[in-house]
Design a protein around this ligand. Sequence first.
Ligand code: ZN
Length: 51
Amino acid sequence: MARCKFCGKKLDDAGYCTNEKCPESIRAKIMQAAAQEETTATETTTHTKEA
Ligand SMILES: [Zn+2]
């Protein structure tokens, strides 16, 4: 199991720090949210193109 290079906490399945107070975890949450938004936008665009 990999560990966070900042705080040494275990990383979750996606490779993100599980320590909520760790700056790496906060950064990961922002990146996850951005990735989800991108996925949703891509899906919407795809469906629009198909329709
Ligand atoms: Zn951490």
